[in-house]
Ligand binder design. Structure first.
Ligand code: CP
Ligand code: NVA
Length: 314
């Protein structure tokens, strides 16, 4: 697999291999040991949506691997003036060693990757946010919640969006229990759910879609949520705030989970909406470790792709 567009294209073994690379690189980084595994490589980073974590972690990550990152805001390249994706992909791909894209429709990424001669990484699309999920799983492992001990229970409370879809992929590939609670009309894409159910048959994952957030959180090891209005849905915010009434992860909801459960959120978080201030800042929250792990997980992804695909060969 040349690209990293969704976890649906990766096996459990490959996902764990990337995590192992990330853990190794993180350990070396913490011991101030340089890891120039992508020396002189160039990573182009195309952003059609805003970002704090994805931009900083990829740019810093490629630098720490010995390469350089090119930040390309979609507004400032010819893509926004109508240059076709397939032309942009061939041009950029002929000059750099790897590309990361944050965009809207997942099909834009797939088209870019089909025409781009070098590996393409999904830095978030409307359907998936796979790089975030590797950081989330790395965080779970560091908090002692992994497949090694028992099958963890993850409860996702909120919008059936790109994060919910990515949890579906991770759980169904790795084989843990995932409960997703969303209000009627805001659930996950059923085509993605059915894909996950197919993977779950092989992995032994248990996946449940619910409407009751309390039922989802009850006895969970990990409680997670995401914004109720994703990028591109700003006009729907008012209607969504009404629809998600009762879905805020607050202390009362957290108290239904395991005593030592952790709270995760990909961030940015909207306090007072999908999560209360007390939970986000509380003792069970691991959101800033999770954010830091974006750096390490993505270095793992870049190194994995680089080692497995030597196209331009930097
Ligand atoms: N979680 C995440 O992807 O954050 P950014 O939008 O800041 O990149
Ligand atoms: N679901 C959110 C995630 C942000 C990192 C969005 O797509 O805006």
């Amino acid at each position: 697999m040349k690209d990293f567009l969704s976890l649906k294209d990766y096996s459990k073994e490959e996902i764990l291999q990337i995590i192992a690379i990330a853990q190794n690189i993180k350990q070396q980084h913490k011991s101030s040991i340089p890891t120039p595994l992508m020396k002189d490589c160039t990573l182009a980073m195309i952003f059609e949506k805003n970002s704090t974590r994805t931009r900083v972690s990829f740019e810093t990550g490629i630098y720490q691997l010995g390469g350089i990152g090119l930040f390309l805001s979609a507004n400032e390249i010819q893509l926004s003036r109508g240059e076709p994706i397939k032309d942009t992909a061939r041009v950029i791909g002929s000059m750099v060693d790897m590309v990361m894209i944050r965009t809207f429709e997942h099909s834009r990424l797939e088209e870019f990757a089909a025409y781009c001669p070098v590996p393409v990484i999904n830095g978030l699309s409307d359907s998936f946010h796979p790089v975030q999920l590797l950081a989330d799983y790395l965080t779970m492992i560091e908090c002692g919640i992994s497949l090694d001990d028992q099958k963890p229970i993850v409860a996702y409370v909120g919008d059936g969006n790109n994060m919910a879809h990515s949890w579906l992929m991770l759980a169904s590939k790795l084989g843990f229990e995932l409960r997703i609670a969303s209000p009627k009309g805001y659930g996950v894409d059923l085509a993605i759910m059915s894909l996950a159910q197919g993977f779950a048959q092989d992995s032994g994952a248990k996946i449940t879609l619910l409407e009751d957030p309390k039922e989802a959180v009850s006895g969970a090891n990990v409680v997670t949520t995401d914004t109720w209005a994703s990028m591109g849905q700003e006009d729907e915010k008012e209607a969504r705030v009404k629809a998600f009434d009762g879905y805020q992860v607050d202390c009362k909801m957290m108290s239904l989970a395991q005593k030592d459960a952790i709270f995760l959120h990909c961030l940015p978080a909207y306090r007072g909406y999908e999560v209360s201030e007390e939970v986000l800042e509380g003792g069970q929250s691991r959101v800033f470790l999770e954010a830091e792990n974006r750096l390490h997980a993505q270095k793992g992804i870049m190194v994995y792709l680089h080692q497995n695909y030597k196209g331009n060969g930097c």
